[in-house]
Design a protein around this ligand. Structure first.
Ligand code: ATP
Ligand code: MG
Length: 424
């Protein structure tokens, strides 16, 4: 993409009311636009990252054997009455139609998926079964804050699994946990698994996945020696106390919850009476699990995990684009023409190869401003061509996360970039 075609612009300053790094940098870079508290539009560059994160999640959920579906955002009140959650879920957005019929906006989808799956299963042969969706959720959060970390409208991947036995659910649960760690790892995040409240579903723990960062809202008690961690909300252990797993001291740390998985037991199967016939011809309730990842929050978490005072440092796997090509202007008309031609030649070559490149082809912007923008946008590889680099018949090659740069000749540049883009 040529920068002159990109309709979004970077801003000189971050929004004055933004406190968190993700809110500052995502808005300043033109990745997202805030429409109101907790509600964002995703703009071309931000959407590219969001789509890459979604693609990683899809791959891992498909590999788990789950089937993708898409359920409605607009949901009937009756289903929420059936589970008793119409009046107890305080973040549920409720609305009325012209004829005074009541609806909920989907804050989660157990109320839809359970009767949906029920209509297709009748026998043990139909199990196990897992479905997932990538969809917009609505929650009437009291305080929408911290940029895309806590929205009133946000993206989630939610997966629901159905099993014949507790053992089978637990086996799937373990495999889902591994898939989650792969998702976060591929997004450049080392997630911490935290025991958390089982909610009103079960007396057991649920498991949260956290990015450890001072920017996080959650307080986590974590062992200083082993991997044990528990959300401080369920203060069954104390700071300074000893780890229930290994006995070492427990410390307090902060984290952003990027995922949460639950053993739902029979809770929803009971509410909607979801039974299958067993091998012995008996009727039996199914066991359910639910598995969420906050997709838009995950993008915000990636920014919290990976930025400096100049801008975002996108991990290559989820960067909007791999390459930021910058051509600097020259006052000398013939040099200017050569710079432009050389940059355009490389740009065309890379586009042909299917490598995503943003070419800063603006002619009315200073070198300083272009470099500031490149740091702010934070793509992994920056290539600069200028009067100075042309003397060496080369491009300057600079990785966003490194301080130093090098020169790569005009002759070699295409192949070098192709090799860079292909690296894991
Ligand atoms: P929180 O405790 O942060 O309010 P939750 O525990 O209520 O979240 P879940 O129902 O577990 O959220 O939803 C699954 C995932 O969706 C969460 O792990 C989180 O990553 C994401 N999520 C939840 N609420 C929001 C929100 N308001 N904005 C963005 N992402 C959210
Ligand atoms: Mg949660």
């Amino acid at each position: 993409m040529r920068m002159t075609q990109l309709f979004t612009k970077t801003a000189k300053e971050p929004p004055h009311d933004a406190e968190s790094a993700n809110a500052k940098l995502l808005v300043q870079g033109g990745f997202v636009h805030q429409e109101m508290a907790g509600v964002y539009s995703w703009l071309p560059l931000g959407l590219k990252t969001l789509r890459k994160v979604e693609a990683i999640i899809r791959e891992e959920m498909d590999a788990l054997g789950a089937q993708e579906i898409l359920m409605p955002g607009l949901q009937p009140k009756e289903n929420w009455m059936t589970t008793g959650r119409w009046d107890t879920v305080d973040v549920l957005f409720k609305l009325k139609s012209q004829t005074k019929k009541e609806f909920a906006l989907g804050a989660t989808h157990e109320e839809i998926v359970t009767p949906l799956v029920k209509s297709f299963i009748s026998s043990y042969k139909d199990l196990p079964l897992a479905v997932y969706q990538i969809q917009t959720k609505y929650r009437d959060e009291l305080r929408a804050k911290s940029g895309v970390l806590r929205g009133r409208e946000f993206g989630m991947k939610d997966l629901y699994s159905f099993h014949l036995s507790q053992e089978d659910l637990e086996d799937f649960y373990g495999r889902a946990m591994e898939a989650y760690m792969r998702v976060f790892g591929r997004c450049g995040i080392r997630a911490k698994v935290t025991e958390a409240s089982g909610g009103d579903f079960s007396k057991k723990f649920s498991h949260e996945f956290h990015l450890e960062t001072p920017a996080g809202e959650d307080n986590i008690l974590a062992c200083t020696a082993c991997s044990f961690a528990r959300n401080a909300e369920i203060a069954t252990v104390k700071k300074g106390g000893s780890c229930p797993e290994c006995g070492a001291a427990l410390g307090m740390t902060k984290g952003i919850e990027i995922g949460n998985i639950f053993d739902l037991g029979h809770k929803f199967a009971e509410a909607f009476n979801v039974e299958v016939t067993t091998e012995d011809g008996e009727k039996q309730l199914v066991y359910m699990g639910c598995f969420g990842i906050g997709i838009t929050r995950l993008v915000g978490a990636i920014v919290e995990a990976s930025h400096d005072d100049r801008g975002i440092i996108w991990p290559k796997s989820v960067a909007p684009m791999a390459v930021h090509l910058v051509s600097l202007s020259s006052k000398d008309a013939s040099l200017q023409a050569r710079i432009r031609e050389t940059a355009e030649g490389l740009y065309d070559d890379l586009e042909k190869e299917g490598i995503e490149v943003l070419w800063d082809n603006r002619t009315d912007v200073s070198a300083g401003e272009k470099l500031v923008d490149a740091d702010l946008l934070g793509f992994p590889l920056r290539l600069i061509i200028s009067e100075k680099t042309l003397k060496d018949n080369a491009f300057e090659w600079k990785l966003r996360q490194e301080k130093t740069s090098s020169l790569v000749t005009v002759q070699d540049i295409r192949d070098e970039v192709i090799a860079f883009a292909a690296e894991e």
